[in-house]
Design a protein around this ligand. Structure first.
Ligand code: G6P
Length: 374
């Protein structure tokens, strides 16, 4: 299959814009939403012989690097909610550095777009030695991680060429949401919640298509931010990962210092940075953290913060403060899938910032698509 840029100027741009299709492919054949008497459910063929063991595990450990780690973080709480199993997060190199405890009763999930990242592979070897059940979530059939894990799920996002991962990120989140649904499939008390998420998955590609219409708005925002030295992104709950991932995109390709910050930690340091110059993105879409984020906005505003607020469509009035902040309205979806929507404007912002600043979008300096050395 010949991969070309088609009508796009860069692979990263193409990969951002093809997310409605890549997400559809990720879910193809895996969502079952039958007739009236047929339950809505998910089918992950690669896991079917291991689901019982996963359900019995004492702990689920997510392991990854870079964007793949962020995707796992975005899915963490829905996996905890639907499985009832504690989920811990490990950056692959850190797990190996610490030789952190991994037990036979653990399910260790290795998330990697390429399936070849050296740090993740080393962590996999370590978890295998310690007897954990090892699950791979990769985009590359036949990759080392796919081969060496006991079972797994391919994300089927299609070949990703831009060094900065975009479509693989959203597909990874969707696969891990499906993993949560599969693990929790037998729990009656969660049935309505599971069905709402399955409905949300069906509509997700359509909603991503809608959010991509913000392209021009994000280009305008990039023009405003072109000469900045730094950008902060505040998120919490499901969207703490979005803050980390948005900041990572800006850092990787636009070569601008950017930091994702857990809004709950605002008072414990980051607040000292706030002034009228430093641009700050605050993610305040609708979920159980919304009112807390409203209060974060108030507090940042009180310190004259230069705010760019991301909110759900129709919520502009509830997040605007004193007419000084800029607002990005995004489509609303079920809370645990909102990170898939919210990351898109930030991907677009990073892309446009890079082009406007004249840097190499697809091959950022010093970075590699797949880091196969330690
Ligand atoms: C490199 C890439 C990142 C990627 C990370 C993990 O740093 O530049 O885009 O997120 O590796 O890669 P993986 O293939 O394991 O997801």
């Amino acid at each position: 299959e010949q991969i070309n840029k088609g009508k796009y100027e860069h692979y990263m741009q193409k990969e951002i814009h093809e997310q409605p299709e890549s997400l559809t492919t990720t879910m193809r054949g895996r969502l079952i939403r039958g007739g009236s008497c047929k339950a809505k459910t998910v089918l992950l063929g690669g896991l079917k012989d291991h689901l019982k063991t996963i359900r019995r595990s004492r702990r689920i450990v997510f392991v990854g690097c870079g964007t793949s780690y962020n995707a796992a973080l975005a899915a963490r709480s829905i996996v905890e909610e639907l499985s009832g199993i504690p989920v811990t997060m490990e950056i692959a190199s850190d797990l190996v550095d610490r030789q952190g405890p991994i037990y036979r009763e653990d399910t260790a999930v290795f998330v990697s777009q390429s399936g070849e990242t050296a740090d993740t592979l080393l962590a996999l070897e370590y978890a295998l030695e310690n007897g954990a059940l090892c699950v791979g979530i990769t985009n590359t059939v036949g990759s080392a991680i796919a081969r060496h894990t006991h079972c797994g799920v391919h994300i089927n996002a299609g070949c990703e060429i831009g060094v900065a991962s975009t479509k693989a990120y959203t597909s990874q989140i969707v696969v891990m949401a499906m993993l949560a649904l599969a693990i929790g499939a037998d729990t009656l008390s969660n049935q309505a919640r599971r069905e709402a998420i399955i409905d949300g998955l069906f509509y997700l590609p359509r909603k991503v298509k809608e959010v991509l219409k913000l392209d021009k708005e994000m280009k305008d925002l990039a023009k405003l931010l072109i000469a900045e030295q730094s950008l902060l992104v505040f998120g919490r709950g499901y969207n703490y990962a979005t803050a980390l991932e948005g900041a990572l995109k800006v850092k990787e390709v636009a070569l601008m210092h950017s930091e994702g910050i857990l809004a709950g930690e605002m008072k414990h340091g980051p607040l000292a940075l706030v002034d009228e110059n430093l641009p700050i993105v605050v993610i305040a879409t609708r979920d159980s953290c919304f009112s807390k984020q409203q209060s974060v906005i108030q507090q940042l505003h009180a310190r004259k913060g230069r705010l760019i607020v991301m909110c759900a469509e129709g919520d502009k009035a509830s997040v605007s403060v004193g007419g000084s902040s800029r607002v990005i309205e995004v489509p609303h979806v079920v809370d645990c899938l909102q990170p898939v929507i919210n990351v898109v404007p930030l991907q677009l912002l990073a892309y446009h910032l890079t082009v406007l600043r004249g840097y190499n979008v697809d091959q950022p300096r010093n970075l590699a698509k797949s880091v196969t050395t330690q």
